[in-house]
Design a protein around this ligand. Structure first.
Ligand code: HEM
Length: 323
């Protein structure tokens, strides 16, 4: 397996499609971040998007500032613990110096004093990690999305979701409420404890290799959904996996939700024959409403034809070997 394949968080453990359920598992090792070979490229892209359309990529309500500092503390500690050569943190009381060897930056600030940073705390720390960072605040047994830095959304809008509850955020998902998943997952989140983080994978497909699939720029990337053919499916269609992690913040009791998005073109996926089999089984079992929700319907036919061709090719290879 090449490096890109061996790193890829392939999400299907078996070849059957399961309706939405709580697929969270305890996070081990307990780090909110992962640095991959795409670090430089993605940090550059993130910062370009933030500069170009800041309010699309960053939103916050003013009362989240304390929780944002908790996120700074958690993420910087994770960076330095997981990658001690690449990231360093020196503290003299509240005077912190953060050194990012990968970008060559040295950031000095007074912890807890937002005026000492060039951006809001969440917006600052998010510029050093590949993950999108979403902050949910808890009040009266309810969770509200009240701040976030989101550069690589899977077709959802931060501006639109700001202030929404967990249920309101998930309202567009087919079957999420009828089957009881929404209530169970919210109860699970409300019971999360500091120091016991969780993770889950979420998957979708994208036509094109855009990480930044904002609904606001749909005209730029959505068009590729209608350009897929059996011949270009292998390079155009990507399996998009979001590694999502959940951390209870010990002070404010907010929840940090981190999203690390990974993409793999199908032509690479099919090289792993076991992955090809499982992936083909799952996508061919997808209920229509889920395929619609994930935006797959416009290219379902060429996708299936491409996968069929790959499976047939494999059969022919086996027959040739037998002869
Ligand atoms: C608490 C932090 C969370 C936030 C901020 C969040 C946010 C979102 C958003 C914005 C979407 C896209 C909705 C749309 O299409 O408009 C989504 C989709 C979804 N979320 Fe969450 N979510 C969170 C936690 C969870 C957890 C813990 C689970 C399950 C254990 C979950 C399950 C799902 C599922 C199944 C989808 C549909 C994704 C797809 O099929 O592509 N979410 N979430």
């Amino acid at each position: 397996m090449n490096d890109a394949l061996s790193r890829f968080p392939f999400p299907f453990k078996k070849g059957t499609y399961d309706y939405y359920a709580n697929n969270s598992i305890p996070l081990q090792p307990p780090y909110s971040i992962e640095v991959t070979p795409a670090y430089q490229h993605e940090i550059h892209l993130k910062r370009r998007l933030l500069n170009k359309a800041h309010s699309r990529c960053y939103q916050s309500l003013s009362h989240t500032e304390e929780a944002q500092w908790e996120v700074v503390e958690l993420v910087l500690h994770h960076l330095t613990a997981a990658y001690p050569k690449e990231f360093l943190l020196h503290k003299e009381k509240d005077n912190w110096t953060f050194i990012n060897q990968l970008t060559g930056e040295e950031e000095r600030f007074v912890f807890g004093d937002a005026a000492s940073l060039p951006f809001e705390p969440l917006d600052f720390v998010g510029r050093h990690v590949q993950e999108d960072l979403i902050l949910m605040m808890q009040r009266d047994a309810e969770l509200f999305l009240e701040a976030g830095q989101l550069c690589f959304p899977g077709n959802w809008s931060l501006v639109f979701k700001l202030g929404m509850t967990f249920h309101e955020i998930h309202e567009p998902i087919p079957g999420f409420f009828e089957r009881g998943a929404a209530d169970k997952i919210r109860t699970f989140l409300l019971h999360m404890e500091a120091g016991r983080p969780w993770m889950r994978n979420n998957w979708s497909l994208t036509a094109g290799n855009f990480l930044d699939t904002f609904p606001e720029t749909y005209h730029e990337w959505g068009i590729h959904r209608h350009r897929v053919t059996v011949d270009n499916a292998g390079s155009l269609i990507h399996l998009r996996v979001e590694v999502q992690k959940l951390f209870r913040l010990p002070g404010t009791q907010g929840i940090l939700f981190t999203i690390h998005t990974h993409m793999l073109p199908l032509k690479q996926l099919v090289r792993q024959r076991e992955w090809l089999h499982r992936f083909t089984q799952v996508v061919t079992q997808l209920p229509d409403e889920i395929a619609d929700y994930k935006g797959i319907t416009p290219y379902k036919q060429p996708l299936f034809a491409y996968l069929h061709k790959q499976m047939e090719g494999e059969k022919e290879e086996k027959n040739e070997i037998r002869q």
